[in-house]
Design a protein around this ligand. Structure first.
Ligand code: SF4
Length: 61
């Protein structure tokens, strides 16, 4: 199964991914973007997040 992964080294915390795919991304207690563990990620939402991430730091793995 494909899982989205965020490279925290380039994430600027703009939260666009969270707006576009709130079921898959959240800000964790440490203040970083976190990918939630889901059985199924909505391809379309993740694709939009990947496409709109200003830092290109979300990939499928
Ligand atoms: S859209 Fe990209 S840069 Fe913005 S918070 Fe999400 S992962 Fe970070």
């Amino acid at each position: 199964m494909k899982t989205p992964v965020v490279d925290l080294g380039c994430c600027n915390l703009c939260e666009i991914c969270i707006e576009l795919a709130p079921q898959a991304f959240q800000i964790n207690d440490a203040g970083f973007v976190e990918v939630l563990n889901l059985d199924n990620y909505l391809d379309e939402e993740i694709h939009e997040a990947i496409k709109n991430c200003p830092k290109d730091c979300i990939v499928w793995e």
